[in-house]
Design a protein around this ligand. Structure first.
Ligand code: ADP
Length: 489
């Protein structure tokens, strides 16, 4: 029997019900109404076609799960716990439009849909499932992404040329300019770098959104990796006049601390992008005299990395949005600081692609901590995976054809005073702050990037700047350390 009552009543309720049914039957979105147990009570023609049912009458009385079968939008099978439709139906919670692939039960074809669930108010507990075909939307999105990607790619080249010439003009060894011109050109160089970063970020966003960049997982010791990346920011932090420290210690009872060796299975480029971004932000949003602390530790089956700063902080309102595309906090503190609003979005995409999570804790004016949690592997798993990688490398060497997965050396062993005890969790007294990797820091004046041959006679190439001695990371800041270790000041 239809759930739409047809009995005529003096106030035309019956006519209204018939009209409602007719309206639902005429729309292009699929609509399925079930009772509170999930048994189908109504299905409109659009839903019959989308789900591949032979007819509405055949679907009636069936469990919704037999006709609405979903895969993730990437085409992955969804477990019951991951399936938002099952969760919404079981918990009686609404489901906001969720993108998924609907499996046609007769042809097994996949249709991209936005699916949502609503519960009818009142005692009936009827559930309304709606299915919107988003094939066209995705096509348009794809075209848009393609356009942004091509445009960013094309525009990066002239920006790099402008950047190169500005660097030459600002380099006293290649050009002579007066102070006023230096001021103008410095401003132009800053804007051109911003533009270059914007194009690069846009390109990365389109590639990640499109699923064109997939993580290439390798086993790695996370403390060493994070420290090596963190060290590359030491000069930048020094120039910004902030205290910058790195740690990998875990607080123990009795005020003791242990230094850990923590293994992960991650993409090295993703890790660099993620940490570069979080540390860049920490430096950018921390005024002179502030502190920044990067820490890596094992936390059960997770690797937990945090980048903590004593900077300008983020209000609770903004905190809920900062990982969105193009979101920038707009206040008197941030207005003068350049940025694209894409960095944290890219961090989130990359962390999630590696099966991790990222979040931030902050309060306005009180500094921020950004956390990245990633799956951890045991020392045994690390060894096993390393054997596989080494075998693949050896095989590739023998074949000399197929490129084997490469794990680039992170740093020389001596550069890290990281515990290498056989037992990962053996307490290690933390003695000295960890020495930085002896890498050449970025010169203050970057060498111009290679530029396209200019139409006019080219200026002479500047000499390669000599790297300054590597700065030393200062000892762990007590204040931040205490906060992190939960010790009282
Ligand atoms: P942007 O290029 O603007 O820095 P992000 O996506 O990296 O873009 O960050 C988004 C916003 O989050 C920034 O505009 C900034 O207001 C805020 N933010 C990010 N990191 C920090 C931080 N460490 N301290 C304070 N605010 C931050």
């Amino acid at each position: 029997m239809s759930i739409f009552k047809r009995n005529k009543t003096p106030n035309n309720e019956g006519d209204n019900s018939a009209l409602s049914e007719l309206a639902l039957k005429s729309i292009h979105d699929g609509v399925i109404i079930t009772d509170k147990n999930g048994t189908v009570q109504f299905i409109n023609p659009a839903a019959v076609i989308m789900t591949g049912c032979s007819s509405a009458s055949n679907a009636m009385g069936l469990d919704y799960g037999l006709i609405v079968k979903l895969e993730s939008k990437e085409g992955r099978e969804l477990s019951e716990a991951e399936n938002p439709l099952i969760q919404a139906m079981q918990t009686n919670q609404p489901l906001e439009p969720y993108q998924a692939s609907l499996i046609d039960t007769s042809s097994e074809k996949r249709l991209p849909v936005a699916i949502s669930v609503l519960t009818a108010e009142g005692m009936s507990g009827n559930r309304i499932i709606t299915l919107r075909d988003i094939t066209k939307e995705l096509e348009e999105e794809g075209e848009q992404t393609e356009f942004i990607s091509t445009a960013s790619h094309e525009m990066r080249t002239p920006v790099a040329t402008i950047d190169g010439y500005l660097s030459l003009a600002l380099n006293p060894q290649t050009a002579t300019i007066d102070e006023r011109a230096r001021g103008y050109l410095t401003a132009a160089e800053k804007a051109s770098k911003h533009l270059g970063k914007l194009f690069q970020d846009l390109l990365d966003v389109t590639k990640l959104d499109d699923g064109k960049i997939k993580p290439h997982f390798v086993p790695v010791e996370m403390v060493e990796l994070a420290q090596s990346i963190a060290n590359d920011h030491a000069m930048q932090a020094k120039e910004a006049k902030v205290n910058y420290t790195f740690g990998s210690e875990q607080p123990l009872s009795g005020g003791r601390k242990m230094q850990q060796v923590v293994y992960g299975f991650v993409d090295l480029d993703f890790m660099r992008e993620i940490l570069d971004n979080l540390i860049d932000n920490a430096i950018k949003y921390t005024p002179e005299g502030g502190s920044i602390y990067v820490n890596v530790r094992g936390d059960g089956d997770r690797v937990l990395i945090n980048v903590t700063d004593s900077g300008i902080g983020i209000s609770a309102d903004d905190l809920t949005h900062i990982f969105q595309k193009f979101y920038r906090v707009d206040n008197s503190d941030t207005r003068t600081i350049g940025g694209t609003g894409l960095g944290l979005y890219l961090v989130k995409q990359r962390v999630e692609a590696m099966g991790g999570k990222v979040w931030a804790e902050s309060a306005f004016g009180e500094g921020s901590t950004f956390y990245v949690s990633l799956p951890r592997i045991t020392a045994d798993e690390y060894e096993k995976r390393m054997i596989i990688v080494r075998n693949q490398q050896a095989q590739a060497q023998m074949m000399q054809k197929v490129p084997a997965p490469q794990i680039p050396p992170i740093s020389s062993q001596s550069a890290f005073q990281v515990a290498s005890a056989p037992n990962q969790t053996a307490p290690q007294p933390v003695t000295q702050p960890v020495a930085p990797r002896p890498v050449a820091p970025q010169p203050a004046q970057p060498a111009p990037r290679p530029v396209a041959p200019p139409a006019i006679s080219p200026p002479p190439a500047p000499p390669t700047p000599q790297p300054a001695p590597a700065p030393t990371i200062t000892p762990v800041q007590n204040q931040i350390n205490n906060n992190l270790n939960g010790e009282s000041k």
